[in-house]
Design a protein around this ligand. Structure first.
Ligand code: GDP
Ligand code: MG
Length: 390
């Protein structure tokens, strides 16, 4: 554990997107010196999303700049990608990786459209695997990328030729990251999204030395500090007479960890591990993942009915042939990514751009929360639009 206090260092949150195998994870390991563990546990228990985070502190000796950069690696599954861009992560900027030898692929398109829909304007395009192409091919690929981004949010984004594998031009990428703008954070009461929860005690630990339950996740807004009392919803799940009952829990924060640093106070972004006074039995094996935490009495009541304002794309993304997105129908089952959960919703009432839904699992309906909407098309969940809880 490193003692340096990084509570007040500026934080930049960067999403890594791009077609599978184009080199996102390799680039990330170059930028941070570590590998993310994205794909192994993505859909554990069917509802919870595991995003791969990797953090690093970037420094520029020349300008005396220093910032903490938290990267979130795009999950392989397209629905999880939508999640990453909707509720489950804070994204100030994105790196779009395109392999020079393969060019624009369906996921490249889908991800750029999602960035566009989310209005993420700071985008760095990485023309990766430059070691695999000759000069002519590199130029041709560059022209195609230029064509592809024309008229989109990425129209004026820098395109950096890189070989993540051979460590070519990585410093250039770091330099750009050090100079991106950091937007102002939402203040107000904290909203902490629990992505995982665990018990870190080894069997046989003495009672006096036991650690409390740990919550891993991201702080979307506000600040939390050691000593704060928090409330967690939906909380503990109990089965009573074949019905699931949810019980809100309260606890106190005893320590906060960001990457390998212990901090006293956390501001939004990146991923955090919060140690609490909870009995670790309550947090083991991700039992609280998908929950939301804030101060006491600050969260809305949980609900299995929500109303959202939505916007559908014109075309279905992520497929070779771009068929048109058909309007939502009543009684249709769609997949929604909300906070750190994915849940099925059944459309009840649709009026223009608003829809009421019955959810299979209750959620904490935070107003204004972004939601990714997917429809099953030929046995694939395809991102068809975005919504917002109203
Ligand atoms: P991801 O699916 O986008 O995360 O891609 P990965 O980072 O897992 O990379 C996919 C494959 O491409 C791996 O075998 C990497 O070693 C390889 N790769 C990544 N970057 C480069 C590069 O710059 N040049 C070459 N030749 N191979 C690369
Ligand atoms: Mg990867």
């Amino acid at each position: 554990m490193i003692k340096e206090d990084i509570s007040n260092i500026e934080m930049l949150n960067v999403g890594l997107v791009g077609h599978i195998d184009h080199g996102k994870t390799t680039l990330l390991s170059r930028l941070t010196g570590k590998f993310t563990d994205t794909h192994s546990e993505e859909l554990k228990r069917g509802i919870t999303i595991k995003l791969g985070y990797a953090d690093t502190i970037l420094k520029s000796e020349k300008e005396g700049k220093k910032r903490y950069v938290s990267f979130v690696d795009a999950p392989g599954h397209e629905m999880l990608m939508a999640t990453m861009l909707s509720g489950a992560a804070i994204i100030d900027a994105a790196i779009l990786v395109i392999a020079a030898n393969e060019g624009i692929k369906p996921q490249t398109q889908e991800h750029l459209m999602a960035l566009q829909a989310k209005n993420i304007k700071q985008i760095i395009i990485i023309q990766n695997k430059i070691d695999l192409v000759d000069k002519h091919e590199a130029k041709r690929n560059y022209d195609k990328i230029k064509d592809f981004v024309k008229g989109t949010v990425a129209e004026n984004s820098p395109i950096i030729p890189v070989s993540a594998q051979q460590d070519v031009n990585i410093n250039k990428v770091k330099e750009i990251l050090l100079n991106l703008k950091i937007p102002e954070r939402d203040s107000g009461d904290p909203i902490f999204l629990v992505a995982r929860s665990f018990d870190i005690n080894k069997p046989g630990t003495k009672v006096k030395e036991l650690h409390g339950g740990i919550l891993g996740g991201i702080l979307k807004q506000g600040k939390i500090k050691v000593g704060d009392t928090i409330e967690i919803k939906p909380g503990i799940t109990q089965k009573k007479a074949n019905q699931l009952i949810y019980k809100t829990i309260q606890t106190k924060i005893t320590s906060i960890q960001r990457g390998k640093y212990n901090i006293k106070e956390a501001c939004p972004g990146g991923s955090l591990a919060i140690e609490t006074e909870l009995d670790p039995v309550l947090t083991k094996a991700d039992s609280l993942s998908g929950c939301v935490a804030s101060f006491e009495n600050k969260l809305p009541e949980i609900s299995d009915k929500i109303k959202i304002k939505f916007n559908l794309f014109e075309k279905v993304l992520g497929t070779e042939k771009h068929e048109e997105v058909q309007p939502l129908k009543t009684n249709e089952n769609i997949l929604l990514s909300i906070n750190t959960s994915i849940t099925v919703g059944q459309t009840i009432k649709i009026k223009e751009q608003e829809v009421e839904l019955n959810l299979r699992i209750p959620i904490v309906p935070l107003k204004g929360e972004n939601i990714g909407i997917a429809r099953n098309i030929n046995n694939h969940w395809r991102l068809i639009g975005f919504g917002e809880i109203i």
